[in-house]
Design a protein around this ligand. Structure first.
Ligand SMILES: [Zn+2]
Length: 210
């Protein structure tokens, strides 16, 4: 007789719908301190992976310094905030180094909703051309040396002025969707101005022609 199989219930899958009115204020949660600077990294597939050698970007979360390891975008956005979906959602993936003793999650992922600037006629400027430009750069890189190309980027250009956030325990949203993420989704959308907010600059100091 075949043994019965029990599938463990996944209980904290992301993304979720976030609602201001259904959230509660938690005064014990301190503001997240973003200590971001321009850093070098490599585009690996659709992800920008920071070099581990140079001076890094990190956030201070509950007194812990969590280094930024990588960032990527989802189009359209994954989380909903008060029913709104953004054109793009940026995920800034930080490692929680004290894991697993001090904290149940392996990653602190900061989600930022990006929207395009509205011009004088009230028309939203589409983000798609900018995104396409980003991916074009990657395609060129793939032709030259595989799918890797090194850049410098200052992730603080993506942050809205007000860093109020929603906090919940969730999961990765791709791959095996492991439930190892402390999500911090910024409430305010970041309006993207100008043609190239990513500011990838292959001529910058961190450029390597390897
Ligand atoms: Zn993501």
């Amino acid at each position: 007789m075949p043994a019965p199989l029990v599938t463990p219930q996944l209980t904290q899958q992301s993304p979720i719908k976030l609602h201001t009115m259904r959230s509660y204020y938690a005064p014990e949660l301190r503001p997240l301190e973003f200590q971001y600077t321009k850093v070098a990294g490599t585009l690996v597939g659709e992800e920008f992976v920071l070099d581990r050698t140079g001076a890094g970007c990190h956030v201070v979360f509950d007194g812990m310094e969590c280094p930024l390891r990588k960032l990527h975008f989802h189009a359209p956005g994954e989380h909903r905030i008060d029913g709104m979906v953004s054109e793009l959602e940026l995920h800034l993936v930080h490692e929680i180094l004290e894991y697993p003793d001090a904290y149940p999650s392996a990653y602190l992922v900061v989600g930022v909703m990006l929207e395009s600037k509205t011009d004088k006629t009230g028309q939203a400027q589409p983000l798609a051309p900018w995104l396409r430009g980003h991916f074009d750069a990657r395609a060129v890189a793939r032709g030259r040396r595989g799918d890797r190309q090194e850049y410098e980027v200052d992730p603080s250009v993506y942050l809205p002025e007000d860093r109020a956030y929603f906090r919940y325990e969730g999961s990765l949203t791709t791959g095996d969707t492991e439930e190892v993420v402390t999500w911090t989704v910024l409430r305010d959308f970041r309006t993207i101005e100008g043609p190239a907010p990513l500011q990838l600059d292959p001529r910058a100091a961190g450029w390597s022609s390897r």
